[in-house]
Design a protein around this ligand. Structure first.
Ligand code: 9YT
Length: 129
């Protein structure tokens, strides 16, 4: 059984900040926990735009606060995001994520992140074996 609180994660190495300052990711479960996925409480800061392309991962995201939008680069589709919206990047969609207010997102990654990943210039997280 694993029980953790956000307070225990904040300020540790499992509290990862984007180099751009656009987000903070509190990584509650990681690959080392052997659950088959990682589980994060992420804040996307108001007024930011982030290029994301998880070509090595699947991600599901559930918004529990704030407002923003996601633009799929290939199609130009725009999806509004607010409390209660879930999206799943089941086709590794490359996208822009924009926050109009601080957005709190609960994120699940498969395969699980190892802990330190931040986006490269294309918005990609590396795959770590
Ligand atoms: C929604 C999204 O992918 N935001 C970037 C951070 C990511 N959720 C993470 O590493 O926790």
């Amino acid at each position: 059984m694993i029980v953790r609180t956000l307070d225990e994660i904040i300020g540790t190495e499992q509290d990862v900040r984007a180099e751009t300052g656009a987000w903070a990711s509190r990584r509650l479960l990681l690959k080392k926990d052997a659950m088959g996925f990682s589980f994060h409480d992420t804040t996307i800061f108001a007024g930011t735009e982030t290029l994301i392309w998880y070509k090595n991962h699947l991600e599901a995201v559930y918004c529990v606060g704030g407002e923003g939008e996601l633009e799929v680069i290939e199609t130009g589709e725009i999806f509004k995001i607010s409390d209660g919206t879930m999206y799943a990047l089941n086709n590794h969609e490359k996208h822009h994520l924009r926050a109009f207010s601080d957005m709190r997102l609960i994120c699940v990654f498969n395969p699980p992140l190892t802990g330190k990943e931040v986006h490269d210039k294309d918005g990609v997280y590396p795959i770590v074996d």
